[in-house]
Unconditional design. Sequence first.
Length: 394
Amino acid sequence: MTAGRHVVLGVTGGVAAYKAAYLARRLIERGAAVRVVMTASALEFIGAQTFAAITGRAPLTDLFSDTDVSPHTTLGRWADTIVIAPATAATISKLASGQASDALIATVLASRARVVVAPAMHTEMWEHPATQRNLELLRSYGYEIVSPERGALAGGDEGVGRLAEPETIAEVVLSHLSTLDLAGLHVIVTAGGTREPIDPVRYIGNRSSGKMGNAIAQVAANRGARVLLVTAAEPPDDPSIEVVRVETAQQMAEEVWSRARHMDVAVMAAAVADFRPRDIDNSKIRRADGVPEIELVPTSDVLQGVHEMTPRPLLVGFAAETGSLDHVVEKARSKGVDLLVANDVTKEGSGFGSDTNEVRFVRGDGSVTDHELMSKHDVAEEIWDEVLRLRAES
Ligand code: CTP
């Protein structure tokens, strides 16, 4: 389970390249998935085979020999962190000016990942104003620099410029990768808005985009949980999340009820239709036949079914409200959830389809926490933090 812990290790041409092999091993031991990109001069110092043996995958060494037509974008998107160790003065200069002339710089440019740069070079090169100016530029891009240490340098010289210890670099890299505090938990998440067919072309639906449920599933996977996502929307592109696609409330109910009993946590983020047409026409309803009368009947309450299970998972419900949240404490009580996440979908930044949400947490005991407007990703992190607290208390 390495989602959220993907590290691209860039190795450039310096004597310290051998230390990159230790760094790769250290990162893998600490739970990261590591893929390596090497520059041509790195290959003068250490063999690609060394990294292939450590990481289980041949390093990317140039942009054109890989079977992937666009290896730099594939790798750039895969990465959560790119760490360049050792980074030579030449690579730092190319990075500063965005010169995507090799596979490593192209990968960095094609990525939104965090970048950590660990330089190694002779003292004179390190202190040269060009290098220092380039490092300033890298800092201004938000890159983190792991400064070189004082010590023995190539050719018997001594001074500042020696690559920081692999352990130090690994610490910096891992400090930002998600902790695996949900490891061992088996969770089920529902997402999206269900669609209740009227005839073969029409349905009753709602505006839910599935973004909140996707974020909850993704964050859980990043934090090490085994995740089953039952969704009526487009799921995240992450092979570590098991996905079951459904359309109607009834299908969602059947999938959830047959799978949830032995789960540790169930998060019901889907906007499930409360009513469906009693009959579904086999052929398209024609305008010429006049205005149809569509009789609605209640759907199954998915959450209610999970609540009645014994044993049952820790249960998180959602309440998409339009207006005041005054009654959500009562809603949490009546639904019997351990946590209710309520929001006013008419409020700016909190609606269906937006990337942000402003939520109120109501615990089973009626206590309330109001959160500020934040990204749906951060709301998901808060939900899992709260789930861990509730599990610790129970
Ligand atoms: N839910 C469900 N099955 C349904 C309807 C809702 O599992 N058929 C779940 C939702 O996934 C959500 C929670 O119940 O987690 C609350 O949904 P909401 O529509 O706010 O609840 P209702 O009881 O339908 O309240 P209201 O009368 O305000 O619509």
